[in-house]
Write a protein that binds this ligand. Structure first.
Ligand code: ADP
Ligand code: MG
Length: 334
């Protein structure tokens, strides 16, 4: 009988779930308040960071540190800043060896290794011809100009002297550009800085290069791959934790002329845009490798590119070819 009684204390059974809901709302509110994000335009792209920490002051400092690291590396590696170490190399390294910073030497060494690994598809000397393209002004070199400079594209021209930490360009027309690796390097440095501050959950993204620290508190992060022909659409969503993903696409910097797309990823063999695919995403532990490998696989195309990724134990890739068909590396198939 007491089931039907209106005065029965079992009316409380309604109160408990409501109370639980209230408690849940309060906790999720405080958890939310412990997340913070910031974005800034640095390195010619949008840098965005999200961090989780209980301490408000530390969270603020962590976000500032991300932007400081990005700007520091920009000042070192930008081809658009006259005082950058990269600009200095391009002005003088074909005349005599130039002593460089530890970081520059490290990134140049890594670039050389990646050139070897990708059989020259990743090659920072692409810039020997690449500097003649201006995607904003819709400017590109004549075939004759490309022809006369093509021999300067060869990563072997960049001579690194380990003992003296110097760089020499063994060809008078060599220019280098770190646009295919510097953002990945900067993302890794930013993540390192966050880890050193005791941050356990964070996202740092610089254009197409994203790295995640931990998860999103019990849920994975979800990183999108944009549809190369529709800004407003995501082609694929990838759940990730404690990992990184870089995307290279023919839509980041380009112009069109007579229906042909001239974009910023160049084949070192031809000095011209590569047309096998529209987009490549590489997933791996660190952004610096993902960044360079996504550029390389873009140049290599589906078969050769996925062949390379499948031979590397820690990496996966997602490729959209020039017919908009999707291709996946072995670890992602099914
Ligand atoms: P983004 O995130 O800017 O799209 P990507 O990782 O796709 O960067 O790399 C594209 C950039 O890499 C170009 O803007 C250029 O600076 C550089 N790059 C282009 N072709 C090559 C190449 N074959 N090897 C190395 N770097 C390249
Ligand atoms: Mg890249």
């Amino acid at each position: 009988m007491h089931i039907h009684s209106r005065t029965n204390p079992s009316n409380l059974s309604l109160v408990w779930p409501l109370l639980a809901l209230l408690v849940l709302a309060i906790t999720s509110h405080t958890v939310k308040a412990k997340w913070q994000e910031r974005s800034e335009g640095i390195m010619g792209t949008n840098i965005r960071a999200e961090v989780f920490h209980q301490n408000d002051e530390l969270r603020q400092r962590a976000l500032s540190q991300v932007m400081i690291e990005m700007e520091r590396i920009n000042q070192l590696m930008s081809p658009y800043i006259d005082s950058s170490e990269l600009s200095l190399l391009n002005r003088t390294a074909s005349l005599a060896p130039v002593k460089v910073s530890d970081e520059m030497f490290y990134v140049l060494g890594l670039s050389a290794q990646l050139s070897e690994l990708t059989l020259g598809a990743f090659d920072i000397t692409f810039a020997s011809v690449g500097y003649l393209y201006d995607y904003r002004q819709k400017r590109r070199p004549e075939d004759a100009q490309i022809g006369s400079l093509l021999s300067a594209i060869n990563y072997r021209h960049v001579e690194l002297n380990e003992a003296n930490q110097t760089v020499f360009f063994a060809h008078p027309d060599v220019k280098i550009d770190l646009g295919g690796i510097a953002k990945g390097y900067a993302v890794d440095k930013a993540i390192e800085a966050l880890e050193a501050m005791g941050i356990k959950h964070a996202l740092v993204t610089a254009g197409g290069d994203t790295r995640l620290l931990g998860d999103r508190l019990g849920k994975p992060w979800v990183v999108g791959i944009r549809d190369p022909r529709d800004k407003s659409k995501q082609a694929v969503l990838i759940p990730l934790e404690d990992a990184a993903m870089s995307t290279s696409g023919d839509y980041e910097r380009y112009f069109e002329e007579d229906g042909k797309r001239f974009h910023h990823i160049l084949s070192p063999k031809t000095g011209k845009s590569s047309y096998h695919v529209q987009s490549v995403s590489v997933i791996g532990p660190e952004s610096v490798y993902n960044d360079a490998l996504s550029t390389a696989v873009f140049v290599m195309g589906v078969e050769e590119g996925l062949g390379l990724i499948n031979a590397l134990p820690d990496f996966e890739a997602i490729v959209m070819d020039n017919q908009r068909r999707m291709h996946y590396s072995k670890g992602l198939e099914q």
